[in-house]
Design a binder for this molecule. Structure first.
Ligand code: CA
Length: 443
């Protein structure tokens, strides 16, 4: 298991000045991995301040060696799956060498080498377009917020709003990997079947579009079919995390949902481009969220000493909305949700152990969504359905505009930061998507 090390040192600063700004998401303590596109070619990069470090350029200048060079070579395909699959010391060695190359007081030979080639190894983040960072073979979405689940149960008028299994296991469904897109991709309103206000079944542009604010884990090393993952080893299988918007056409979902969500979710899922690694998040570990008094403890296979003592992470998350009217009036986006990862009932470790507990194999690059991260308070409700009490209380989104669902032209922007006293805060960048009108049904 990776330990806190010199790369987490809060005193460490970078000679890339933008990385030292207090509000910067990508200080030298973060170093998240991503894939960018240069002239139609996919290349691996690491975010630092407002720059992207080009890993292949570092290799071509001979600035990496040993395990770090092997790790960087593994990204040459323009997908991170090979790096994700390697034993953790490889990505860790690469992180350590990057930290030494770009810290302001690094070993002088490394420092002068990196600085001499700064123009070719550092790209402006604004000038590169980002790609989905790996081949995502499977995407599973969980439902682990008690508050989100309870509210939806109440909206549906259920006598017991919480499904009986909720406190025994982290509930999930298999979602669609083929429609995962990178932040910034347009979100076309889907056509689908739904029941209208008069109880008529119709087909057409889905009227009730919603966002769901989630964090997602990328699987690193997988497990063999039939081989489960013990709870206290689950985190060894996580490469890192990104933001995820589980766009939901709730009018479709509520009509179709017999075997779980299907077309109400599978039209698109947006993710943020930078994968913040497990190692970068080490200073921000917390105990697993406390269960309300009287709740049963997890069954033994989901109850790990290590997972209970450090299965949580100190990550605050926000959702912002920018409407077409706001933009044309020159107004900034408005924050509508502020929540925290500790609002979840289950840890990512428990999700992974549960996922593999029947022997199901996880593979490098698989994506695991947390479920909507809603808390108990009003501001922590992490989708519009909750923010409006299922449409009963329209949400003021600024400038006198109200919403009970997302309208065409609405843009959602997610942000998140891990922060803790004694550590340099790190961020996730953004996950953006703008709703576009439904396509006309072909004649
Ligand atoms: Ca979801």
């Amino acid at each position: 298991m990776t330990q806190l090390n010199a790369t987490h040192d809060p005193a460490r600063r970078s000679w890339v000045e933008s990385a030292n700004q207090a509000e910067c998401d990508f200080p030298i303590q973060n170093l998240p991995f991503g894939i960018f596109n240069e002239g139609g070619v996919r290349r691996a990069g690491v975010a630092l301040g407002d720059k992207v470090i080009d890993l292949q350029a570092l290799l071509s200048h001979g600035l990496l060696d040993g395990h770090a060079a092997i790790a960087a070579h593994a990204t040459a395909s323009g997908r991170l799956n090979e790096l994700m699959e390697m034993e953790k010391p490889f990505a860790s060695a690469l992180r350590a060498q990057l930290s030494d190359l770009f810290r302001s007081d690094g070993p002088s030979a490394m420092l002068s080498g990196a600085r001499a080639h700064a123009e070719t190894i550092l790209l402006d983040m604004k000038s590169v377009s980002m790609e989905v960072p790996c081949s995502i073979g499977d995407y599973t979405d969980f439902l682990t917020s008690l508050h989100h689940t309870e509210r939806h149960g109440r909206f549906k008028g259920l006598k017991d709003p919480l499904p009986p299994a909720f406190k025994s296991l982290p509930v999930a469904y298999h979602s669609r990997a083929s429609s995962i897109r990178i932040s910034g991709t347009e979100v076309v309103r889907p056509n689908g079947q739904y029941k209208d206000a008069d109880g008529e079944v119709r087909f057409g542009p889905a009227p009730m579009m919603d966002f769901e604010l989630e964090l997602a884990a990328f699987i690193g090393r997988g497990n063999e079919l039939t081989q489960p993952i013990p709870i206290d080893r689950a985190r060894e299988h996580i490469f890192g995390y990104c933001l995820l918007n589980d766009w939901s056409a709730k009018s479709i979902q509520w009509w179709e949902q017999v075997l779980g969500p299907f077309l109400g979710k599978s039209f698109i899922t947006s993710i943020s481009p930078w994968i913040v690694t497990e190692e970068a998040l080490l200073p921000f570990r917390l105990p697993a969220p406390a269960r309300p008094a009287g709740d049963p403890p997890p069954l033994d296979h989901l109850n790990g000493k290590r997972d209970q003592s450090e299965g949580g992470i100190d990550i605050a998350l926000e959702a912002w909305i920018s409407t077409a009217t706001q933009r044309s009036a020159g107004q900034d986006a408005v924050c509508i949700t502020r929540t925290h990862l500790q609002n979840l009932y289950w840890t990512f470790g428990q999700m992974i152990t549960h996922h593999a507990s029947n022997g199901c194999n996880l593979r490098p690059g698989d994506l695991i969504g947390s479920g909507t991260i809603s808390g108990e308070s009003d501001i922590s409700r992490a989708c519009i359905t909750e923010l409006t009490n299922a449409g009963k209380d329209p949400l003021l989104v600024g400038n006198g505009e109200f919403r009970t669902a997302l309208e065409d032209g609405d843009e959602m922007i997610f942000r998140a930061r891990a922060a803790r006293e004694g550590a340099v805060a790190i961020g996730f960048g953004e996950c953006r998507g703008r709703v576009q009108p439904a396509r006309t049904w072909p004649a």
